[in-house]
Write a protein that binds this ligand. Structure first.
Ligand code: 28G
Length: 676
């Protein structure tokens, strides 16, 4: 299990208090700590200049982030095992104070700034504190964990009191600057800890500069739920409270049940699928770090997953959440297998199981990594595996211990999965009937005539030729569908592969007809389907693949004379003002002999349709009356032989296919040359 060490600390640290492990610095005793470890980075001017960068704005939410930041500092001290009580007091003069009974912010002088205390450096320096250990003091992501100095910068006044080593210290700041030195207030016999008292700066927060007691109350209570080892005392000056509101002036939050209590409060009054919660906690998950969860399934309500890392909410989820989902799903499916319900449970997905699942998961890890817009997604990869292993094991036991409620849960999940499959099937049917009428592939440039009679579909090889063809066409009667690259060889493809093939899907959609037995001649949206490919070997191959498709899937379309091959010219011949186009070498020589006099004839060989100007393409290949089309047909008496040769040429045997490519003429042999 050594792989976990980098997440939760190394093996040597295994004996320490669990939560402390997330701070990689050796846990300094009160004497062992020296201010030398603090690295000075920056002053606080940038914070006042661009507060949004640090607290995400200057609105009411941002204002309350100040409280969250201070409270988080106390929580860190509690989670590390050094504080047991936190007091929050919203005072009559609008000051908010937070007090913890932790070790107290260090006050010894800073060696680099002998005139300044460690406390002053922490309060007046951006990111001060813990930079020495690869920035690992940062226990949270996003707007939290920015440092208490940010709160200081954005407060018109902030007072810190530290009770440490039987001495009470105090220092006062205004808008981030000390108004005096750190003073020794006096001796304290049995007190220890930190008190921060602050009032946000109206210059920064303008008209939203008032804390909401209800909001503070809920934030404080949520923290107590997230760490059962702390007691949070809430006090609010009665005159600041809404007389009609529910927020009390005083309360004590202490939830030894932790997340279990939180979940119970969250889903109060809602009917559950099982009769007990699935809860658990582990203090040294695979030796280090800790993990706690509480899960219930709601019979009639939507679920939720609220996740936390180091008591900081991670609303965008992350590795801990995905570990939880996987664990629940796998354990349930294993259980189903054990009780002979594996087959029925097969369809259950994590989403089915989570849809009505009310879950709380809280992890404590050192050096968490966050990502996302607000850094509110946990990215630490090991968390996923550890959560998965621990929760899965525990859920296995939970399911096995109470077969009746496990059965309830399993039946409920299976029902969810079946519901989902039924809904999807219904939706599929609805969509299919809708597409037949309305949907056309995005790449199709349809003609404006809606009647099939007189309208043509050009199937073109490649987007560039498609572009030329779209410009060259007669918009009223000619549609263009570009296909990218080679289409699937339907003679050798499986049905599934064919159904999933985008090119073929587009083609079928454009034609408006279904394949195979579902083909209805009256649904065909065009009179002529014209395959227009380059006059080269690749082009011939694509054409033959398409013909194979039609022959296999819509033989009627060929039988009823709807399928054609365009005959693009291969040569452009110019002499003076005279221009002619030639289909092939024979045609070329014929024209030269017949149409041109003595003298030099300029001969251009086209490499592909895309190389032709739209005007040229129109005049030579597309325009009715000027073009040549080959009509594809099946010669009746050869039917069997035709089927046979299609199999031979287009089937799975590559040698046969190769022979066809060389000869090029298999289908041309069955095509009549028609001038239209
Ligand atoms: C009341 C409102 C907010 C705090 C402490 C305690 C220590 C501390 C705070 O140290 C520098 C960086 C990481 C250790 C730590 C005291 C160790 C020994 C502390 C708070 C040094 C800051 N003695 N309590 N900061 N750390 N409470 N409450 O802010 O390595 S902040």
């Amino acid at each position: 299990m050594a792989a976990n060490d980098d997440l939760f600390g190394n093996a040597a640290r295994a004996k320490k208090a669990p939560a402390e492990a997330r701070k990689p610095a050796p846990p300094p005793g009160e004497e062992g700590y020296t201010a030398a470890s603090i690295e000075v980075l920056e002053g606080l001017e940038p914070v006042r200049r661009r507060p949004g960068m640090y607290i995400g704005g200057t609105d009411e939410t941002a204002l309350h982030h100040l409280f969250a930041e201070v409270l988080d500092n106390s929580m860190d001290e509690a989670v590390a095992g050094h504080a047991t009580r936190i007091e929050v007091f919203f005072e009559p003069d609008g000051f908010l104070s937070v007090t913890d009974n932790g070790r107290g912010i260090p006050v010894d002088p800073h060696p680099k700034f002998p005139k300044k205390s460690a406390l002053e450096v922490i309060m007046c320096t951006l990111h001060a504190g813990g930079k020495f250990d690869s920035g690992a003091y940062q226990t949270s992501g996003g707007l939290h964990g920015v440092g208490v100095s940010v709160v200081n910068a954005l407060s018109e006044r902030l007072e810190v009191e530290v009770a440490r080593a039987q001495t009470l210290y105090r220092q006062i700041f205004e808008r981030g600057h000390p108004v005096g030195k750190l003073e020794t207030v006096g001796r304290v016999a049995n007190r220890r800890g930190t008190k921060v008292r602050f009032r946000p700066d109206p210059q920064i927060f303008k008209d939203v500069c008032k804390f909401s007691p209800a909001r503070l109350f809920k934030m404080a209570r949520a923290k107590a739920y997230l760490f059962g080892g702390v007691e949070i005392r809430w006090k609010c000056a009665p005159e600041l409270l809404d007389p009609n509101g529910k927020t009390p002036a005083e309360a004590v939050f202490h939830f030894p049940g932790g997340l279990k209590d939180y979940l119970a409060a969250d889903i109060e009054g809602k009917t559950q699928v099982a009769d007990s919660f699935f809860v658990g906690r582990i203090d040294k998950a695979e030796r280090h770090g800790s993990l706690e969860w509480a899960v219930a399934w709601l019979a009639h309500d939507d679920g939720f997953v609220h996740s936390y890392c180091n008591t900081i909410p991670t609303p965008d989820g992350g590795t801990h959440e995905s570990g939880l989902r996987l664990a629940l799903l796998r354990a349930l499916k294993d259980h189903a297998e054990r009780i002979g319900q594996g087959k029925r449970a097969g369809a259950i997905t994590a989403d089915d199981l989570m849809a009505g699942c009310a879950a709380l998961i809280s992890v404590f890890i050192r050096e968490p990594e966050f990502q996302g817009q607000n850094k509110s997604r946990l990215m630490t990869v090991e968390a996923s595996r550890i959560v998965e292993n621990v929760v899965r094991d525990s859920f296995d036991h939970w399911l096995a211990a109470s077969p009746a409620q496990a059965k309830n849960l399993l039946d409920w999940a299976i029902e969810r999965a079946e519901d989902r499959l039924r809904r999807r099937a219904e939706k599929d049917v609805a969509r299919k009937s809708a597409t037949r009428k309305l949907r056309l592939p995005g790449k199709l440039a349809d003609c404006t005539n809606t009647a099939a009679e007189g309208s043509e579909l050009f199937i073109v090889e490649g987007d560039s030729a498609g572009g030329s063809a779209k410009q060259a066409r007669d918009r009223a009667s000619q549609a263009v569908l570009p296909l990218r690259g080679k289409i699937l060889n339907v003679a050798s493809a499986t049905r599934d592969k064919m159904a999933a093939n985008q090119q073929i899907g587009d083609l079928v959609q454009a034609l408006g007809v279904a394949t195979g037995a579902h083909y209805r001649a009256e649904e065909l949206r065009y009179d002529k389907i014209i395959i227009m490919t380059d006059a080269d070997v690749d082009g011939a191959h694509i054409a033959s693949l398409l013909i194979t498709f039609f022959y296999r899937q819509m033989p009627k379309l060929i039988e009823q004379g709807h399928l054609y091959l365009a005959v693009p010219p291969l040569y452009k011949l110019t002499q003076g003002a005279k221009t002619f186009y030639a289909r092939d070498e024979v045609h070329r020589d014929e024209i030269i002999k017949k149409e041109f006099g003595r003298g030099k004839v300029e001969i251009n060989r086209f490499k592909g349709l895309g190389e032709m100007m739209p005007q040229q393409l129109r005049d030579t290949t597309m325009a009715v009356g000027k073009r040549t089309l080959l009509k594809v047909g099946i010669v009746e008496e050869d039917r069997e032989e035709t089927a046979d040769s299609v199999e031979r040429l287009m089937g799975t045997k590559p040698e046969a296919r190769f022979a066809f490519l060389q000869e090029r003429a298999a289908f041309a042999a069955q095509a009549d040359l028609v001038d239209l």
